[in-house]
Ligand binder design. Structure first.
Ligand SMILES: [Ca+2]
Ligand SMILES: [Ca+2]
Length: 334
């Protein structure tokens, strides 16, 4: 039986085929139209997202820059402490509902790992200070990683952990014999692993605190400053972490460190004379390792809108005349 009957004449076979082709063409055209619309919408959405990301990036960058201007305007370049304007959080509102905030941190609050690259080491050598940092953070096998880092960054090629040592590694490499520029480079150094930078084990329960002498956080003890100064970078007595002060002074001077942290909370140190006078046996070891001002800072800035964020981490050096130079500028999502 034909599909169409009654008074209507049956459609010729060719007409049916033509109808099917016409319908198929309409369906295809509709599909193509929908696809084009979806692609245009996607492109529009992508373009909007890219534009918003750029707005966030610029807002974070400008807020970081504003924070560094405050640092450059520091009225007292002879002393740096957490009560100064540059150390306070900075917030900015930007067009489009973007909110941004930035904070400058004294990078001299930590022991600079690149200090091992300096051939001149006044007072106690920074290799000894770094060993103390390891110990203060519960890592008691410090000799190998400290010697390895020293060989990795120092200019000479004499030592147990120079090229000959790494030639036989699973992934052979050549020590750069220069300052490191990124924390990731540290993981190539013998004895340095991600575990070293992991948070320390928590106290067993709320009644206990982490061990005061050996329970430190290695991330709070050291920093990697992307610069090659002529002399080691001293730790700032007014901003230093407990771990960094224990590293500089030595575990045996933990009581002095505790006193110094109590005193600076009342009034920032104007010089290191008081500390040296309080512990004469410390004076010679503090030479070149501690100061009451800083030349290195890092600024973290974040801009946010509608749950989306862009962040910036920048390292800067400030000259004795207050001029601030950017050393490293890293952008990302947070
Ligand atoms: Ca200052
Ligand atoms: Ca070397």
């Amino acid at each position: 039986m034909l599909p169409f009957s009654g008074n209507a004449s049956p459609l010729p076979r060719n007409a049916g085929v033509a109808l099917i082709l016409a319908l198929a063409a309409i369906v295809t055209a509709s599909g193509l139209l929908l696809w084009l619309q979806a692609r245009a919408l996607h492109r529009g959405t992508s373009a909007y997202a890219a534009l918003e990301t750029e707005h966030l990036r610029v807002a974070a960058a400008e807020t970081a820059r504003a924070a560094l201007y405050v640092l450059a305007a520091d009225p007292d370049l002879s002393v740096d402490h957490p009560g100064e304007d540059w150390a306070q959080p900075l917030e900015r509102d930007w067009p489009g509902g973007i909110h941004a905030w930035a904070r400058v941190e004294d990078a001299a609050a930590y022991v600079d790992l690149n200090n091992l690259a300096c051939s001149n080491q006044p007072g106690r050598p920074f290799s000894a200070i770094l060993r103390n940092a390891f110990t203060a953070c519960g890592h008691f096998e410090a000799d190998a990683p400290v010697d390895a880092l020293a060989d990795y960054v120092d200019a000479d090629t004499t030592g147990d952990y120079e090229a000959a040592f790494y030639r036989h590694a699973d992934a052979p490499l050549l020590p750069p014999d220069r300052e490191l520029w990124a924390p990731a480079e540290l993981l190539h150094v013998h004895g340095f692993s991600p575990a070293l930078f992991a948070p320390p084990a928590p106290a067993p329960d709320a009644r206990h605190h982490r061990d005061e002498l050996f329970g430190g956080d290695f991330r709070q003890a050291t920093v990697l400053l992307p610069d090659a100064p002529d002399a080691p970078v001293p730790v700032n007595l007014n901003t230093a972490t407990r771990e960094a002060l224990l590293a500089v002074a030595g575990i045996e001077h933990a009581a002095t460190v505790r006193s110094a942290m109590s005193l600076r909370a009342l009034h920032p140190f104007q010089s290191t004379t008081l500390l040296a006078a309080a512990s004469p046996d410390l004076a010679s070891t503090l030479e070149g390792a501690i100061d009451v001002k800083s030349a290195y800072y890092r600024v973290r800035a974040t801009a946010e809108h509608d749950g989306r964020r862009r962040s910036i981490l920048a390292y800067a050096r400030r000259d004795p005349d207050g001029t601030v130079h950017l050393l490293q500028w890293l952008e990302g999502v947070s």
